[in-house]
Design a binder for this molecule. Sequence first.
Ligand code: NAG
Ligand code: NAG
Ligand code: NAG
Ligand code: NAG
Ligand code: NAG
Ligand code: NAG
Ligand code: NAG
Ligand code: NAG
Ligand code: NAG
Length: 410
Amino acid sequence: MTTPNDPFLTPEPAAREFSGQSSPADRDYIREKYNSNSSRRKWIILGSVVGVIAVIAIGVGVGVGVSHHSSSNRASGSGSKSPGTNTSVVPQTNPNDPSTFVKDSRLHQSFYGLAYTPVGSIPPNCNSTLSDVIEDIQLMSQLTTRLRLYGSDCNQSALVLEAIKQTKVNMTVWLGDYNLPNDNGTEYNQQKQAIVSVINTYGVDHISGVDVGNEFMLNYLDANGATDPNSAVGNQGAQILISNIQDMNKTLVAMNLPKHLPVGTSDAGAYFNTLVLEAIEFGMANDHPWFANVSIDQAAGWTWQFFEQTNVQPAAALSNHPTMYIAETGWPSASKDQGSLSNGPSIASVPNLQTFLDTFVCQANKNGTAYFYFEAFDETWKDITYGGVEGHWGLFNADKTLKNITIPSC
Ligand SMILES: *[C@@H]1O[C@H](CO)[C@@H](O)[C@H](O)[C@H]1NC(C)=O
Ligand SMILES: *[C@@H]1O[C@H](CO)[C@@H](O)[C@H](O)[C@H]1NC(C)=O
Ligand SMILES: *[C@@H]1O[C@H](CO)[C@@H](O)[C@H](O)[C@H]1NC(C)=O
Ligand SMILES: *[C@@H]1O[C@H](CO)[C@@H](O)[C@H](O)[C@H]1NC(C)=O
Ligand SMILES: *[C@@H]1O[C@H](CO)[C@@H](O)[C@H](O)[C@H]1NC(C)=O
Ligand SMILES: *[C@@H]1O[C@H](CO)[C@@H](O)[C@H](O)[C@H]1NC(C)=O
Ligand SMILES: *[C@@H]1O[C@H](CO)[C@@H](O)[C@H](O)[C@H]1NC(C)=O
Ligand SMILES: *[C@@H]1O[C@H](CO)[C@@H](O)[C@H](O)[C@H]1NC(C)=O
Ligand SMILES: *[C@@H]1O[C@H](CO)[C@@H](O)[C@H](O)[C@H]1NC(C)=O
């Protein structure tokens, strides 16, 4: 949350008054503990939905985020095909050449970027397949030229870069290292090795940079009973995150790459610690109007304003000027249960998804807002595990068919 002590965040006194007031009832932190094959004990923080105070009168809100790691079937049955299968979802004129996919005239390359996690990329259930990822890339490349991943577990970075290679699409990727605060760097180091390995295999042509951490600060604060990213607890978490960020940068710099890969982090919009901001080259913020209880007619404007005030302006005030992106924004089209269909005035529906697309996408492109739309595909496992709107943020249904929407053309 923002604090009165931080001159860079929410200068309006009225907004300060509301800071730190997210209701526990709005917070739904989900952690999954599991043992990997090597008996390593790990914690993966799978998701969080953080409540928000939107101070509509002065257009200032206090943050939100949802984290996303998908672990199971999105498109049932699609994972077992061999590469190049002529599927009904994405036909290929040459079934053995993924670059010959037939374009869908309903899709337009209108999105700045998309947030993406391949199905089956959370250990210990690492069963993403190249054919499935190729199909995703074939579809997503018709919507954008930029993707961001959340982590590098389960060979996902290699699968995505291989799929880009085979489909020959114009696509660059922000790789991720989904580090954890309490595993003595195990997860961080393992994913760092995966990142180094894909750079060695695929080069840097299709890599934009490396994101260390997904909602690290939000999760650290919650795990330690705090809410203010600039509190003493926040600064403790920041030190862990910063040491990983600096180590990643040192590793990449030592590789003498043909181009510099910037290193940064992604977090819930209102959870950027100032020390972290000072240590990154870019920051990616989850800014979700739906979780901010904003009605659909105000959603696009809220997103832009929240991002400007909570992320862009604070970053611009620092001497290192980290480049800020919207890591996730979007609108759900449905809910598993009727009770979660609305969040205050926010209502999940296909027409509202259409309205968000119509009011946000081309306008944000035009005014230079760099965003990763959340998200390409509905996630079945989230619908099963979490219910509510969690599994329903896709432009496509889980089976990769387009929802009843018109993709903006701009
Ligand atoms: C991947 O693993 C999940 C969880 O064990 C399972 O439900 C799913 O069927 C598997 N998918 C494939 C393609 O093997
Ligand atoms: C693959 O799909 C395309 C488009 O539907 C079709 O024209 C083509 O004949 C199919 N190829 C094979 C080998 O089935
Ligand atoms: C590829 O996409 C980038 C934007 O990400 C664009 O600047 C570039 O012109 C595109 N290249 C081609 C060959 O279309
Ligand atoms: C990771 O994916 C790449 C690209 O498909 C493949 O070449 C490689 O064998 C995979 N590695 C593992 C360990 O599965
Ligand atoms: C943490 O990792 C370091 C090496 O990275 C190791 O020297 C140290 O023993 C580890 N500590 C614990 C408690 O496992
Ligand atoms: C990474 O190192 C380069 C070269 O020293 C520096 O310019 C850049 O700011 C560093 N990035 C981070 C995130 O530390
Ligand atoms: C930028 O685009 C958003 C729509 O996504 C809009 O709400 C906002 O007013 C625009 N800002 C400017 C300065 O045009
Ligand atoms: C958002 O709306 C829900 C449902 O009406 C409500 O429970 C929650 O308190 C609201 N949150 C905020 C921050 O206004
Ligand atoms: C699709 O949406 C349009 C409105 O945009 C509506 O008229 C039509 O009935 C919808 N079709 C289905 C199958 O829901």
